[in-house]
Ligand binder design. Structure first.
Ligand code: FAD
Length: 316
């Protein structure tokens, strides 16, 4: 079996989970293995129908534990994997999965490769690729363990609906959590989540202060249905919260369109957004390194470009 963990929060299935299930289905077809999907926690039952749309043959669903706990989540996934002879276990690269996937890997004695951006099946074996050295090189990795585990970079793998047997198996995860999330504080509820966004409007030191993030960049993002990102320089200056930071020590994103305003394009920033499909950079310095990766580079003052863009989009 190919087993995919579906990350859901309070009955909302993450887009990254749908991508993981779609990729699990593709791997299952290539290896002639059925696709199982495991979903845990409060609200798990309400995403089963959505999971089925992506071709699950079996959906293992447990409404327990009621709150996220890394050890109990790992216990639940490892149990399903063992009982069903999973050969490959796939996780979406959400922060929660990145947190507990290593525990599953230890329990299953499975090799784990995180943040992968491509898969290949060769001679019946899984081979994966992932960016390394801040995106400067791509590593190709084979597994030596009997079970292979991966986390997928969000927004890279295509969604694909398909048919599956759709059998639902209910189970429960019992036990005392060694660590448990007691409170979750959502920052800026209702805004588009950075790692799942199709479009990101990002600002750097060139933006010159917090107001421009809160007003113009946020307005542009709202018009485009985009999320707001930032460079570390902007975050370190206290202009915007760290949850918006893109890069090596921030979030890794891979949107369809990444708009960089007043960002020089340091290697640590590129590590977080280099796999974006279309990069638009606005910088007044024609030699800024961001132009080396930009699909469209505009040498201009961002304080003129952003308001003009907002005006044009409003007209459209
Ligand atoms: P700058 O490099 O100062 O660039 C500002 C740009 O704005 C310039 O290119 C300038 O020409 C342009 N500009 C100024 N005014 C205007 C204007 N009016 N119109 C248009 N353009 C204008 N950085 C990250 O971003 N993310 C990370 O996760 C990260 N992790 C790091 C980890 C380590 C271990 C280290 C050492 C560094 C890390 N950095 C990270 C920092 C990184 O090296 C850079 O310092 C940072 O990315 C620079 O941010 P910036 O491009 O906003 O600022």
């Amino acid at each position: 079996m190919i087993l995919v963990f579906a990350d859901q929060r309070d009955g909302n299935l993450k887009k990254a989970s749908k991508e993981a299930i779609s990729e699990g289905k593709r791997l299952g077809s290539a290896l002639s293995l059925p696709l199982g999907v495991v979903v845990l926690g409060k609200g798990a039952g309400s995403v089963v129908d959505e999971i089925k749309k992506y071709g699950a043959d079996k959906v293992f669903v447990s409404e327990t534990p009621d709150a996220y706990s890394p050890d109990l989540y790992a216990e639940g996934v490892a149990k399903v994997a063992k009982e069903n002879g999973a050969k490959i276990v796939v996780f979406p690269g959400t922060s929660m999965c990145v947190d507990f996937a290593p525990r599953v890997s230890a329990k299953l004695e499975a090799g784990l490769v995180t943040d992968i951006t491509a898969t290949e099946v060769k001679d019946g074996k899984l081979i994966v690729r992932k960016p390394v050295y801040s995106g400067k090189a791509i590593a190709t990795v084979e597994f030596k363990s009997d079970i292979a585990m991966v986390t997928l970079r969000p927004n890279v793998f295509e969604l694909a609906e398909s048919e599956g047997a759709g059998e639902v198996v209910e189970f429960s995860v019992e036990g005392e959590a060694k660590a448990k999330a007691v409170k979750v504080e959502m920052k800026e509820a209702g805004k588009v989540e950075l790692t799942e966004a199709t479009i990101i409007v990002s600002g750097g030191r060139g933006v010159k202060g917090p107001e421009y993030f809160q007003n113009e960049l946020q307005q542009l993002a709202d018009l485009l249905g985009a999320a707001v990102g930032a460079s570390r320089a902007a975050v370190d200056a206290g202009w915007i919260d760290h949850s918006h930071q893109v890069g090596q020590t921030g979030k890794v994103v891979s949107p369809k369109v990444y708009m960089a305003f007043g960002i020089s394009g340091a290697i640590q920033h590129l590590a977080g957004m280099g796999t974006s499909q279309y990069i638009i950079a606005v910088n007044k310095d024609p030699d800024a390194p961001i132009f080396n990766v930009a699909s469209l580079g505009v040498v201009a003052d961002l304080f003129k470009v952003v308001p003009a863009l907002i005006e044009e989009i409003k007209k459209a």
